[in-house]
Write a protein that binds this ligand. Structure first.
Ligand SMILES: [Zn+2]
Length: 117
């Protein structure tokens, strides 16, 4: 499956992909840990409304991490393997590691506190 840019999808398909991408972003970034919705924390995923979750947490995500996640989401949607993705976009994806470190620290502390670093 390949995307050929805008204009080749119906509005419904675009909406569907948009929702899927937002959901994947939430997953990659472990937003459930930050967004404060009990439904998200319970299921350890953004089960509530990805728009809400992204609006809540999105601004705290550094731009390079955001780019990394977009790259990862696209690679996944295109069915690329992790190795293929790293071969093509290693430099773009690397900042994601910083975020993962942060997530692990917060998880270790057992509470969500974005301001702590
Ligand atoms: Zn959430």
């Amino acid at each position: 499956m390949e995307f050929h840019g805008e204009g080749t999808l119906t509005p419904e398909q675009e909406e569907e992909i948009g929702v899927l991408m937002r959901r994947k972003r939430c997953q990659f970034l472990s937003f459930w840990l930050f967004c404060g919705k009990s439904a998200c924390r319970r299921t350890r995923s953004c089960a509530f409304d990805t728009d809400f979750c992204l609006a809540q947490v999105g601004p705290s995500v550094p731009e390079d991490v955001r780019n990394a996640v977009d790259e990862m989401v696209c690679a996944q949607l295109l069915g690329k393997s992790f190795e293929e993705m790293m071969a093509e976009s290693r430099d773009i994806v690397l900042p994601y590691g910083k975020w993962l470190e942060k997530v692990r620290k917060i998880e270790a502390k057992g509470r969500a506190d974005l301001s702590a670093s």
